[in-house]
Design a protein around this ligand. Structure first.
Ligand code: 3PG
Length: 214
């Protein structure tokens, strides 16, 4: 099987919510990772959407041993290799290309690729992937869409992200084909800007308590 789904499920099933963060500096990422881990969210996805993302992954990997740090928004093989070199323990993409899947084959860190339509899901299953990101979840049809996929794609498990919040997360987690959700609400920009990491720990604890760790 192309995807190391056992390793990926180990990370994703350990907490109901994967924080998806975009950071402005490595130092900020370290503080954020510590605050989230203190609240019980020990795996985080740092997205490659800011210039400091790779430095941030490296810093968290080196300085926050309690955190399992992954890279997100990985769109191509170059970014995949950069993420691994920075020390990412898992890699997340909003979609999948032949080139990205090739880069992930035999790589030391597992890939969580994105897929949404039935044909995309069938293609991913043929490639040996059965744990998939579903992005942007709310805009694609959210809970009703995932519910409709479940009986047809029984082998597929999703991590939906995009528009998930405390207002709808329980409904997502109640679906049979969900391992966890991803979201940025546990690390609000305003709290980071204010240095209010206690608030982030509080939000993380609230999210971590949504479901007991598997
Ligand atoms: C992602 O990349 O998974 C999303 O941008 C997270 O979406 P959110 O900000 O709506 O939680």
């Amino acid at each position: 099987m192309a995807q190391n789904s056992e390793a990926l499920m180990g990370v994703l099933s350990a907490q109901p919510v994967m924080p998806v963060v975009a950071v402005d500096s490595a130092a900020e990422a370290v503080l954020l990772a510590r605050a989230l881990a203190k609240g019980g969210l020990k795996a985080i996805e740092i997205t490659l959407r800011t210039p400091s993302a790779l430095d941030a992954i490296k810093a968290v990997a080196e300085e926050v041993p309690e955190t399992v740090c992954g890279a997100g928004t990985v769109l191509n093989p170059k970014q995949f290799e950069q993420a691994l070199a920075a020390g990412a323990k898992f890699v997340v993409s909003p979609g999948a290309t032949v080139e990205l899947l090739d880069a992930a084959k035999g790589a030391p860190a597992p890939l969580l690729p994105g897929a949404a339509t039935p044909s995309e899901l069938m293609a991913m299953l043929e490639e040996g992937y059965r744990v998939l990101k579903f992005f942007p979840a709310e805009q694609l049809g959210g809970i009703a869409y995932l519910k409709a996929l479940a009986p047809v794609f029984q082998a597929v498990t999703f991590c939906p992200t995009g528009g998930v919040s405390m207002a709808n997360v329980r409904d997502y987690l109640a679906l049979p084909n969900i391992v966890c959700v991803g979201g940025s609400w546990v690390a609000p920009k305003a709290a980071i800007a204010a240095g209010n990491y206690d608030e982030i720990t509080r939000l993380a604890a609230e999210a971590a308590a949504l479901r007991p760790a598997a």
